[in-house]
Design a protein around this ligand. Structure first.
Ligand code: FAD
Length: 536
């Protein structure tokens, strides 16, 4: 970073290096010529290119190591320091997805989340964005935020899609993917509104000339900030293994952050004109709480997507009506180019209203995600398999919440988390309906090798609502329409936690769009402040 800023230069502290913190860093540096951004990340940097998606790492052992390093309290060494051998798995204990760690991990300082047991986080440069599947559908109908006009949404989403390198027609040339869409259209097409039938799922990444994908992470969002020649890198600094312990504030203005260097355990303060907290939907509100910033809605209105999933072996007869053996050979040849990446053609049926308040995601893969008994009639199916899941709505309620206990420190010394969460009759009815549709989808495509099942609460990894934005400061929201914490003009929050609506789609594109709106407003304010100071 340039150590000699002008005296009107603005310093921005960003907490968290996931896609949202990265979007703020980039947009602010691009818009405010005199700004400097220091980004603090509690976890380690995993890849030479900061924030790269670990799915791009070709070597399986290196990929595993990168995932292990992201697992905070469940990374082997830390777990062992808590006296919990990492090899012990107790019956009934949940295990986290690779690259993530459970909040309720069962050791000393673990969160309490019996009703939301699969809640997880990633602690590494790039956040969950170093491990995500990269599905980037847009919100539609009532999923959108009511106080942002449709025209503005379209523009914000387009900008978010640019930042995330979204491909709307990924794998569209796959004949196998097209055959899957045709079978789903036969089954569901007549029931769905025009434009909301089976289609390709937009994904975030860069198609390579050989037909494979370089999956996006926070690296593509940071973009020019990582290019030493680009002119922005000298105003940007990313400090990994740097835990922000407190947002410092005085009389309704934040003044900076207090940081612990996790290598040396030195604690130091950094003054800032703007603080952006994008440290995920549990740890952001926890940091605000620990800093004495406690709006009534903080941590409340927790939602996610209940998820029902299944695995189906594609029916050779049905598939042959739309794709030939030669198409299959071509698909398998392409798959062989990138054997380490299990995902090929990706399809979906999006949310639509009225009548289809669900999102179906259909991922084609050569093998099931688990060891299939070799004697199973569908084992070794040459036409492959699909892993399918419906995401459903959770209606926001105050009582679904993460709360914080000042008297009980968690493993990091923050007020510990307790999550209370319940599915109501409204969710149960939609879960039953989506499960029935999943059965129909499975029967239309082939034979179930894993029956539809509802995943435990917290499994979606899409945690929303705990810092929801609102049109007015009426106690039901934490942030204003520009993502500023009510009452703190220079404290901006970011991430899925801002989403106030009941949604069914993967939320990252929507959260980046919200960040675009927040960053534009923050940039305008920083610029105005700098001009005012220059005049004085
Ligand atoms: P995160 O990416 O979670 O980053 C937050 C960062 O803040 C973390 O690195 C954390 O270590 C850091 N942090 C926390 N506290 C502090 C502190 N006090 N000081 C400093 N740093 C701190 N979403 C989709 O839309 N589509 C998908 O297909 C999809 N698939 C997924 C698959 C997997 C396996 C996973 C794990 C997630 C998936 N997601 C998906 C979710 C997606 O990754 C998140 O929506 C996205 O990463 C959120 O970005 P963020 O920047 O808000 O938070």
């Amino acid at each position: 970073m340039n150590p000699s800023p002008t005296n009107t230069a603005r310093t921005v502290a960003v907490v968290g290096s996931g896609p949202i913190g990265s979007a703020y860093a980039r947009l602010l540096l691009e818009a405010v010529p005199d700004a400097r951004v220091v980004m603090f990340e509690a976890g380690p940097q995993l890849t030479a290119i900061a924030g790269e998606n670990v799915r791009n790492i070709p070597h399986p052992a290196e990929k595993e190591r990168a995932r292990e390093l992201s697992q905070g309290p469940q990374a082997g060494a830390f777990r062992e320091s808590l006296g919990i051998p990492s090899s012990v798995v107790v019956e009934g204990m949940f295990t986290a997805r690779g690259g993530t760690h459970l909040l309720d991990f069962g050791g000393e300082g673990s969160a309490h989340a019996a009703t939301f047991p699969a809640a997880a986080a990633s602690t590494n440069v790039g956040g969950m964005g170093a491990h995500w599947t990269c599905a980037t559908p847009s919100p539609s109908f009532s999923e959108r935020i009511p106080f942002i006009s449709d025209a503005e949404w379209e523009e914000l989403i387009a900008e978010a899609a640019r930042l995330l390198h979204v491909q709307t027609a990924a794998f569209a040339d796959s004949e196998i993917g097209a055959a899957i869409r045709s079978l789903l259209t036969e089954e569901f097409g007549s029931e769905l509104p025009e434009g909301y039938g089976p289609s390709t799922l937009p994904v975030s990444g860069d198609p390579q000339p050989d037909g494979t994908m370089r999956w996006a992470g926070a690296d593509v969002v940071l973009g020019p900030l990582l290019d030493p020649e680009g002119g922005l890198a000298d105003r940007f600094e990313l400090r990994d293994l740097s835990l922000v312990r407190r947002v410092d504030h005085e009389d309704g203005r934040v003044t900076g952050v207090t940081v612990e260097d996790l290598r040396s355990h030195e604690v130091y303060a950094v003054a800032a004109d703007l603080v952006v907290v994008a440290a995920d939907a549990f740890r952001s509100p926890q940091l605000l709480w620990a800093s004495g910033i406690r709006p009534r809605a903080l941590g409340h209105y927790l939602t996610e997507h209940p998820v029902v999933i299944s695995t189906v072996a594609l029916d050779p007869e049905g598939m042959s009506r739309y794709a030939s053996e030669e198409d299959l050979d071509r698909e398998l040849a392409r798959r062989a180019l990138n054997a380490a990446d299990p995902v090929a053609a990706v399809n979906r049926i999006p949310f639509s209203e009225p009548g289809h308040p669900f999102s179906l995601q259909v991922m084609y893969a050569e093998n099931p995600p688990f060891q299939l008994d070799p004697d199973h009639p569908a084992a070794g199916n040459r036409w492959g398999y699909v892993n399918m899941g419906y995401g459903m709505r959770k209606q926001p309620r105050f009582e679904d919440a993460v709360t914080f206990d000042d008297a009980e420190p968690d493993y990091r010394g923050f007020p510990n988390l307790t999550i209370e969460y319940a599915l109501t009759d409204s969710e149960q009815a939609e879960i039953a309906e989506a499960t029935e549709r999943l059965r129909r989808a499975g029967n239309a495509l082939g034979t179930f090798v894993a029956e539809p099942r509802l995943l435990p609460n917290g499994s979606s990894l899409h945690y929303q609502g705990t810092m929801r934005m609102g049109a007015e400061d009426d106690g039901t929201s934490v942030a204003d329409p520009y993502s500023r914490v009510w009452g703190y003009e220079n404290l901006v929050v970011g991430g899925n936690a801002l989403i106030p609506t009941a949604t069914t789609m993967n939320p990252t594109l929507m959260s980046v769009a919200i960040a675009v709106r927040g960053a534009r407003e923050a940039a305008a304010r920083l610029t105005a402040e700098a001009s005012a100071e220059a005049r004085n």
